[in-house]
Write a protein that binds this ligand. Structure first.
Ligand SMILES: [Zn+2]
Length: 494
């Protein structure tokens, strides 16, 4: 470190400054090469250019690597082994892996990157023994305050430009937050007793704060949620901005702000039109496809775990939450899972029969597809199937293959209803009268069953196949039209 000249470090911060004025997260990077005569010279320098190219592959480190490869196309691997990388922020997991593969001599960085850092903060890619190449020498040797000040200037600047911060910007809050930084609205959200709308005072932005009492079984779910949050990054998956445990045993989790209710409440009392359901499904299937590609089973896809985000005048996306129930198949190299979620009482209705049976065959990611089928019924009917049924009845009906469906005039039950209409209570009467008057498309009914709710796991479609399903195709026009989509959503979300 002593040999690292101040001029190189200054050059690195200059790059970060250039990033700042270009509207990028201000991170600067310089590659310094040691030649055979003991001389040091700069062979590459760059700042983050991710926003410019709309690609995470333009992190400062990547840009520098590209410069070296272009400049020394015949012997760059040899060059990298004699190169010191100076960077104002701890490299992210991805860049850390790259620098390690290239066998960079030394990485010297400024502030810790507690959100994505791969050199010890979030993951220890630099010395993880499972990676079969020499470990990467990393040092947090630069002035971290200087880096943090730059980042703060960036967030102040975006605060002026963009009053409504996006999730991506919120990901990099300063570390030192505590309970007093959050001004909670007086009442908890909806039926929940632990989720609050709030304002983060130092930066005056809105967020959601969830407060859990740290009981032992909750702790396992919460750690599961934090674990998965580190490894997932998808626009349709909820993201924890920050979490902290206080000495009094309260666990605070901070989420991005949404002005809307969750879908289980939006679909009440009698359900939503299938076109709206198709719009939501595209977002949710993309998130589920992403999870499954990463060997993660969500295990709790249900209306209460889907929340719209955004602004009805601009754009809306649907986001999948409830990640605390997930199961990560990655760790164990398995094809079938035998792990069952804790505290599952709230999600029993969405679970597949094979999951409820807990038999020796186990279950796989198709259990999520079954839950998507139940979700469609919930949103179409305005009520979750098997509602108010005791767990043993529920299990029995699912195992004997009793499959719910979106209720409309074509259902067998409707004929029965006509016969017994006078004997059922009046709220149920009203419900059936609404159902009798409507008809869902055959494409939608097929999407739900057999494509999602088929009794055999292997016969259910995958998330990627469902995205190509004729039901989604039939709604392509509204899904692809920004204005008609917003017009439809406005009727139900506001
Ligand atoms: Zn990176």
């Amino acid at each position: 470190m002593d040999q690292l000249e101040k001029k190189f470090i200054d050059l690195c911060y200059e790059e970060a400054e250039i990033g700042l004025v270009s509207g990028e997260v201000p991170v600067g990077c310089v590659f310094v090469f040691d030649d055979d005569n003991g001389q040091q010279k700069v062979i590459a320098k760059s700042h983050n250019r991710s926003n410019e190219f709309l690609s995470a592959l333009h992190h400062a480190e990547f840009n520098c690597v590209q410069q070296v490869v272009n400049r020394f196309s015949s012997n760059y691997l040899e060059i990298f082994r004699k190169t010191t990388v100076i960077i104002t922020l701890e490299p992210c997991i991805m860049c850390c892996r790259m620098l390690r593969m290239l066998q960079i001599k030394l990485v010297c960085f400024g502030a810790r990157n507690d959100r994505f850092g791969g050199a010890g903060s979030v993951a220890s890619i630099h010395n993880d023994s499972r990676i079969k190449c020499p470990s990467l020498n990393c040092l947090d040797g630069l002035d971290s305050n200087r880096s943090i000040q730059l980042l703060q200037r960036f967030y102040e600047q975006t605060n002026e430009n963009v009053p409504n911060r996006t999730t991506t910007e919120l990901k990099s809050l300063p570390e030192n937050t505590n309970r007093d930084d959050y001004q909670l609205d007086s009442n908890p959200i909806q039926s929940s007793d632990h989720l609050f709308k709030a304002t983060y005072k130092p930066m005056e932005f809105r967020c959601l704060v969830r407060i859990n009492h740290q009981s032992e079984s909750d702790l396992e779910l919460l750690s599961n949620e934090v674990h998965i949050n580190q490894f997932t990054n998808h626009p349709n998956l909820i993201n924890i901005i920050r979490h902290f445990l206080l000495p009094d045993g309260l666990w605070y989790s901070i989420f991005p702000y949404s002005p809307f209710k969750s879908m289980d409440l939006i679909c009440k009392p009698f359900g939503l039109p299938e076109s709206l359901i198709s719009i939501m499904l595209v977002d949710i299937l993309n998130a589920v496809d992403y999870l499954h590609h990463n060997n993660i089973i969500h295990r709790a896809i249900t209306g209460s775990h889907i929340v719209p985000f955004g602004d009805l005048n601009k754009s809306i996306k649907f986001v999948l939450t409830g990640l605390k129930y997930n199961y990560d198949m990655n760790d164990r190299n398995e094809l079938q899972a035998f792990d069952y979620p804790r505290n599952a009482d709230k999600i029993l209705k969405c679970l597949s029969p094979e999951m409820l049976e807990q038999n020796i065959i186990g279950y796989n990611y198709k259990t999520d597809i079954y839950s998507i089928g139940i979700l469609c019924c919930e949103l179409a009917n305005g009520i979750v199937p098997f509602d108010q049924m005791s767990p043993d009845c529920l299990l029995f009906y699912k195992i004997i293959g009793d499959t719910p469906r979106p209720l409309d005039s074509t259902c067998e039950e409707m004929k029965l209803f006509e016969e017994y209409a006078n004997q059922v209570e009046c709220t149920l009467q009203r419900r059936y009268r609404v159902y009798c008057k409507r008809k869902f498309s055959s494409e939608f009914q097929e999407f739900v069953n057999p494509s999602c709710l088929h009794g055999e796991q292997s016969r259910r479609m995958s998330a990627a196949e469902l995205l190509e399903h004729c039901f989604i195709q039939a709604n392509k026009q509204i899904i692809n039209s920004h204005s008609s989509k917003l017009a439809l959503l406005s009727q139900y979300l506001s």
